[in-house]
Design a protein around this ligand. Structure first.
Ligand SMILES: *Cc1c(COP(=O)(O)O)cnc(C)c1O
Length: 372
């Protein structure tokens, strides 16, 4: 049985009519740029995340870029982030003229390790970008304490983790509402996917909010009045209409993802390492990532699943500090030993809310068979 990595259409039939009506409305009004659907979605999304504001932007990469600028990070500043993430996290730091500094990751959560981050703090450090990788919450108690101590900004890269939660000093919070800014992607395969590109920044800071609104629209809040230079990075009105419909279902989908994850974990007990979700966290399970004790076993499992028609992916095969794009920063294998080990031994299985029991069995049987 072929099993895809994600199936965007599996959840479509029940909401098809509602989405088509919402999209038709936009077509009929032809308010394609910053139409009222964008403002409505921003309001609903901010309320869902538990932030005062959300600003819709063109994609998750621009969400990072604009959040970095609006947080006051300037050329020459250092921003510490994870080497084990998609390059959008670090390329936006560089593109703002700042310097990405990679710290090591935690061997259990694969997220940025606060102890390693603290060691990388210098006089030039201005910010930290924790990435809630695969949807697993970062240790935000530690990061907020570090930021307070060293006066740093926190931008949470929440691209993979919308609907994930973290119990911050005893209080449950949605990921993306804890730092100065939280950035989100609505790339189709993310937890809340649009039918194209989209992104948002959540913040509860009035000044950051005002700056984000200007930055996404050429530095302008009143047409042809420019307070600064900005970007053309608006959330498309058609996408906002789609997102508003999908937003109403996203909690249910995350529950379904968690149910799939529980079945995977049960079937793979004792076979490989499955995600360990701390009791102070709710995982959004954008991806389901397992780990083997050797690279050979991982490579073999990957090859076997692929032969069987079971989609799978290594997120991420080469950590950022070892990529050619960052050769100028001088990163070497061995600098971040936990990251080195994790990149060689993880891979991700198909994950989406509607994955069936028989598909789950096909996948987990194949993982077991690959080890024989
Ligand atoms: C997807 C993703 C992004 C970028 O989002 P786009 O909408 O594709 O630009 C940034 N960071 C992480 C961790 C991601 O997974």
């Amino acid at each position: 049985m072929k099993v895809p990595m994600v199936d965007m259409l599996a959840g479509y039939p029940p909401i098809k009519d509602e989405i088509e009506t919402a999209v038709k409305n936009v077509f009929n009004k032809a308010n394609f740029i910053l139409g009222e659907e964008v403002a409505r979605f921003e309001k609903d999304f901010a309320a869902h995340v538990g932030a005062k504001y959300a600003v819709g932007v063109a994609n998750g990469t621009d969400a990072l870029r604009l959040a970095i600028i609006a947080s006051g990070i300037k050329p020459g500043d250092e921003v510490i982030t994870s080497p084990f993430t998609f390059i959008a996290t670090s390329e936006t730091i560089s593109q703002c003229g700042a310097i990405p500094v990679f710290a090591d990751i935690d061997p259990v959560t694969y997220n940025l390790d606060p102890k390693s981050v603290e060691k990388k703090i210098t006089k030039k450090t201005r910010g930290i970008i924790p990435v809630h990788l695969y949807g697993m919450p970062c240790d935000m108690d530690a990061f907020t304490a570090l930021a307070k101590k060293h006066k740093l900004k926190i931008i949470e890269d929440t691209a993979q983790a919308f609907t994930g939660k973290y119990k911050l000093r005893g209080d449950w919070k949605y990921l993306g509402s804890i730092g100065d800014c939280g950035t989100f992607s609505f790339f189709p395969a993310k937890n809340l996917g649009a039918f194209g590109d989209g992104g948002a920044v959540a913040t509860s800071d009035d000044r950051i909010y005002e700056e984000l609104k200007a930055l996404r629209n050429h530095g302008s809040k009143v047409r042809y009045m420019h307070e600064m230079e900005g970007y053309n990075s608006r959330l498309d009105t058609v996408q906002a209409a789609v997102l508003s419909v999908r937003l109403k279902h996203v909690e249910k989908w995350t529950e379904m993802r968690n149910a799939v994850a529980a079945k995977y974990a049960e079937a793979l007990k004792g076979v490989c390492v499955t995600p360990v979700v701390p009791s102070n966290a709710r995982h959004s399970f954008n991806y389901y990532t397992i780990r083997f004790d050797t690279k050979a076993k991982r490579d073999n499992a990957q090859k076997y699943l692929t032969e069987q028609g079971i989609a799978n992916q290594i997120y991420y095969p080469i950590a950022l500090h070892l990529q050619k794009a960052y050769a100028h920063l001088g990163g070497r294998k061995g600098d971040l030993p936990v990251c080195d080990q994790v990149q060689d031994t993880v891979f991700s299985l198909p994950m989406y809310p509607e994955l069936t029991d028989s598909q789950i069995k096909t996948v987990t049987d194949a993982v077991k068979a690959s080890l024989k």
